[in-house]
Design a binder for this molecule. Structure first.
Ligand SMILES: *Cc1c(COP(=O)(O)O)cnc(C)c1O
Length: 545
């Protein structure tokens, strides 16, 4: 009998459905896709997360072109009350948390903690003060470990998706210290139980907090301030802690793993950083009619046009504008972060205006800015203003979510991504586009260097250049490829276009969440269990593995 490791997956956000809006973006959608894939493949993985009272943010565009946040209560109709509660002690006060189960979306079980006390600190995902953030991480980490116990679940491994969950490691160490182990011994033993995924290739994006704050809130549990520093440094860095609390870690694309290894090379006692490229859940993202047409060598183009019309219907619903289904349509949807350079394509009006005004190009944008991110809101506002000055040519769809993403990655012709290299850890929306025959047109960053065969299954921008004047290089390359290759292929060589769509779908088979999850099991989970068993010298169990 083979033994499959039972894994508790910890994440701050889960994107399972637009109807349960407890996600902000790629991290959550990835976590949601993993749970759906575990369900499909019957792998014993369960999720641990937080039930945010107001989810993330519902963001609509005001008449003066500004993204405004409208708090909306998350509907609990997709959740089941387990009847169980746990508590986490924060600044000496007990915060009781209800445990909800979500299994309504053909997903592996997801247990969500709903704090019943200090509710003001748990209103919305990634919102609140720094102190609130640590409280949230205490509920996820410390509360998560306790919730598993309360539910009678004994995982073989804890998988921390990003640094938000690392306080679960502090809890696991403290439990062992309570049972009489020394700190050092408890830390070593705990490492055996933890694997860690890092997502952030920018130093500033890796969250850290003063140790004093941890001590004040009780996030240290039984550890002294000095012991905290041994794990996370000072200030306490959540990624450093993840790397030192785990025995194996991974980056989310080959390029990102390389970047991460260099970033963290000076961290003593760090887990090795492997590369496991993200993937996406086909059942969620791939249009079955498009895939069927691809498999049967049927009329892929007409299925694509149908998806395009469905997207244009949403455009009409939101904006009352009609787009032309025979015009090359570029899609660009992502979180508003400066490195993503959402408005790069507009930088030289003398190049882009004639294409838009002359009727050979349409662009559909979508995206949200973090509620506190003024610069991000400026980016959104700029895009909205372009849509106002180019009615029917440039469109901005408000309140980007899983439903809008689905329409866009199935219904545009080209998926544009032009981040500043090497700041995109993976990017998964391009994988969703590819599996629908939507052709990627992207900087060689994140997942794209692994997938791109220029002019065969997509187009690269910028030739991997990284250096001074990168904006200028990338912009020239973007226009060059757009004008010399993308537009002529679309308008003059439809046959080649459809071949590229087919190649795109074929290539996307390597970027499914199923492949990703098997890599997690084969490269992170099974080896961990084997190593633990070898350490325990329990050869009968080892043979089962
Ligand atoms: C896929 C997805 C993302 C992540 O896309 P990136 O390409 O990584 O930016 C973000 N938000 C939603 C709603 C998605 O569906």
């Amino acid at each position: 009998m083979s033994r499959v490791p039972k894994v508790a997956y910890f994440c701050m956000e889960y994107g399972l459905s637009a109807d349960l809006p407890i996600y902000a973006g790629g991290l959550g959608v990835l976590a949601g896709d993993i749970l759906k894939t575990a369900y499909d493949t019957k792998l014993p993985l369960i999720g641990i997360g937080i039930l945010w009272e107001n989810g993330y943010t519902t963001q609509v565009i005001s008449p003066d072109n500004w993204p405004e946040d409208r708090p909306q209560k998350v509907d609990k109709k997709y959740l089941t009350d387990t009847g169980k509660q746990i508590k986490v002690t924060i600044t000496g006060h007990d915060v009781h948390c209800k445990i909800w189960l979500c299994d309504a979306f053909n997903n592996a079980p997801l247990y969500l903690l709903e704090p019943l006390d200090m509710r003001g600190s748990f209103e919305s995902l990634y919102c609140g003060s720094e102190e609130d953030r640590v409280k949230q991480e205490m509920v996820l980490g410390i509360g998560g470990v306790r919730a598993l116990k309360a539910l009678g679940i004994r995982p073989d491994l804890y998988h921390f998706n990003e640094g938000h969950a690392v306080l679960a490691g502090i809890e696991l160490i403290s439990e062992k210290m309570e049972a009489g182990m020394s700190f050092e011994e408890a830390w070593e033993k705990t490492k055996d139980e933890i694997v860690f995924t890092t997502h952030t290739p920018v130093m500033a994006g890796n969250e850290s907090h003063p140790r004093e704050l941890f001590m004040h809130l009780g996030a240290n549990r039984l550890l002294t301030s000095e012991q905290l520093a041994l794990i996370g440094g000072s200030p306490f860095n959540m990624t450093v802690a993840g790397l030192r609390l785990s025995h194996a870690a991974n980056g989310v694309s080959a390029m990102h793993a390389t970047t991460a290894r260099v970033m963290w090379q000076d961290i003593k006692d760090s887990a090795p950083i492997l590369s496991i490229t993200n993937g996406v859940h086909r059942g969620t993202w791939q249009n079955p009619d498009i895939y069927r047409a691809y498999l049967s060598k049927g009329d892929l183009w007409s299925e694509h046009q149908k998806a395009k019309l469905r997207l244009f219907e949403e455009v009409r619903r939101q904006t009352a504008l009609s787009l032309d289904p025979d015009v090359l349509t570029i899609g660009f949807a992502r979180r508003a972060a400066p490195y993503k350079r959402s408005d790069l394509i507009f930088q030289r009006p003398e190049v882009i205006e004639p294409l838009l005004n002359g009727g050979s190009l349409q662009i559909i944008f979508s995206g949200k800015a973090h509620p506190y991110d003024y610069a991000g809101k400026e980016i959104i506002s700029t895009l909205v203003k372009y849509s106002k000055t180019h009615p029917g040519r440039v469109v901005f769809l408000e309140n980007y979510n899983i439903d809008i993403a689905k329409l866009m990655v199935q219904g545009v012709d080209v998926w544009l991504n032009n981040p500043k290299r090497p700041l995109e850890a993976s990017a998964t929306s391009g994988m969703k586009a590819a599996m629908n025959g939507v052709i990627n047109f992207s900087i060689l960053d994140g997942w794209w260097p692994e997938a791109c065969r220029h002019q065969i299954n997509g187009w690269q921008i910028g030739g991997g250049y990284q250096g001074p004047e990168q904006n200028y290089y990338d912009l020239v390359s973007l226009y060059d490829v757009l004008i010399e290759e993308v537009l002529p292929t679309y308008y003059e060589r439809k046959h080649q276009w459809v071949r590229m769509m087919e190649e795109s779908i074929k290539m996307s088979e390597a970027f499914t969440a199923e492949r990703m999850l098997y890599e997690y099991y084969n490269l992170l989970y099974y080896p961990s269990l084997t190593a633990i068993n070898v350490k325990a010298k329990n050869l009968s169990v080892l043979q089962e593995v």
